[in-house]
Design a binder for this molecule. Structure first.
Ligand SMILES: C[S@@+](CC[C@H](N)C(=O)[O-])C[C@H]1O[C@@H](n2cnc3c(N)ncnc32)[C@H](O)[C@@H]1O
Length: 352
């Protein structure tokens, strides 16, 4: 077996790239929040002063910000005309809010990790947890915004059809629970796609539920979509054709009890759909930028929340299918299959 031993130069180069990404990430967030990427995507090539004028920002700041963008490959520059523009690929990542590759808001999560550093240090030293709702709000909004577009690209066209019989059931009219729904983007997407069905989103964080409710009203869905503060283990006594967990089963301190509550709430022939961050079962197979990102969030956020619940498990965001299957098996599901996967998610179909 050959063992790859990276040189000092290689490791230093990679770490400097990371450092540059962190500096650059702040600039990306600033460009996103000031609407600079959107402006450039809508207008085509513009000079520095025109961008400053149209954005209402100070020209000297814009000039330096544009230089940082060109240096980082985020904005294209034509030296002959001294103009800046976004290529379609750059627009898909920085300007198009509905693109599945829209990454600009994800930098909010990085800012939140830094903002929470002192609390994380304390948690390492004391072993205490940090509840999800006590994270810097940028973590909550940034992760909701990041996953929103992943769900928009995959949930209705790919994931639900991967659960045999589920689309027909939803089209005919079903009851659906979305456990740990956060801001409720997954709930609202399903509600928009299946007008004959009713949807109930539940989350332990009151702040997230308040946002989910206002989004339901904004989208004219409040009659068919309800949101309530509720622990995953204590679903109200209704029964559902589909119970979903999006990126949250691993966060709960009692995943077996939460999965059991879901199983007990299922109608005959119903399914639980568990969507988890993509991970292989072994650490050595999770080496790379997706694993590194998810393990970092898992350390400071997901494990911290599960620990705060003082429960039976702290699965972490990189649990992998084998560990998740064990939890679902313990909760009494008879059939547990990996229905689909993407670079960011595993989609599990569990039936009683
Ligand atoms: C990473 S967020 C995912 C939110 C949303 N499902 C999404 O995909 O954007 C995890 C969510 O699980 C919720 N959560 C964690 N433990 C919970 C529990 N025991 N009961 C209910 N919700 C819980 C958190 O409040 C948080 O909103």
């Amino acid at each position: 077996m050959s063992v790859h031993k990276p040189t000092l130069q290689f490791v230093f180069g990679r770490m400097f790239d990371d450092l540059s990404a962190n500096y650059g990430g702040v600039m990306i967030s600033i460009g996103h929040r000031l609407g600079l990427y959107r402006l450039m995507a809508e207008t085509g090539p513009l000079g520095c002063d025109a961008i400053a004028e149209r954005s209402g920002c100070a020209p000297r700041y814009i000039r330096e910000w544009l230089a940082s963008q060109v240096a980082g490959g985020c904005v294209a520059y034509d030296p002959a005309s001294a103009t800046y523009r976004l290529t379609p690929e750059q627009a898909a990542i920085f300007a198009d809010h509905s693109s599945p590759t829209f990454l600009a808001p994800a930098w909010q999560c990085v800012a939140a990790l830094w903002a929470g550093e002192e609390r994380t240090l304390e948690a390492f030293r004391t072993g205490q947890g940090v509840p999800w709702g006590e994270q810097d709000q940028r973590m909550i909004c940034g992760s909701a915004a990041f996953y929103r577009n992943c769900y928009a690209a995959s949930l209705v066209p790919q994931w639900l059809p991967a659960l045999p019989g589920m689309v027909e059931r939803l089209e005919a009219g079903s009851a659906v629970a979305d456990v740990g729904c956060g801001h409720g983007y997954s709930t609202l997407l399903m509600a928009e796609a299946f007008p004959n069905s009713r949807f109930a989103g539940f989350d332990g964080d009151p702040g997230s539920i308040a946002i989910a409710r206002s989004l339901a009203v904004e989208r004219g869905l409040a009659e068919r979509v309800t949101f309530a503060v509720c622990d995953a283990q204590e679903l109200p006594g209704e029964s559902y054709d589909l119970v979903c967990f999006f990126d949250c089963l691993h966060d709960t301190g009692f995943p077996v009890a939460s999965a059991l509550a879901a199983r007990q709430a299922l109608k005959s022939g119903g399914a639980a759909m568990i969507v988890e961050p993509f991970a292989s079962d072994r650490l050595e197979d999770n080496v790379g930028s997706v694993g590194r990102t998810f393990y970092a969030a898992s350390t400071a956020v997901c494990c911290a929340h599960a620990i705060s619940e003082k429960g039976s498990h702290v699965l972490g965001a990189q649990a992998g299918f084998a560990a998740l299957r064990e939890v679902l098996d313990e909760a009494g599901f008879d059939s547990i299959t990996l229905a689909a996967e993407t670079p960011f998610n595993l989609i599990i179909d569990a039936r009683a």
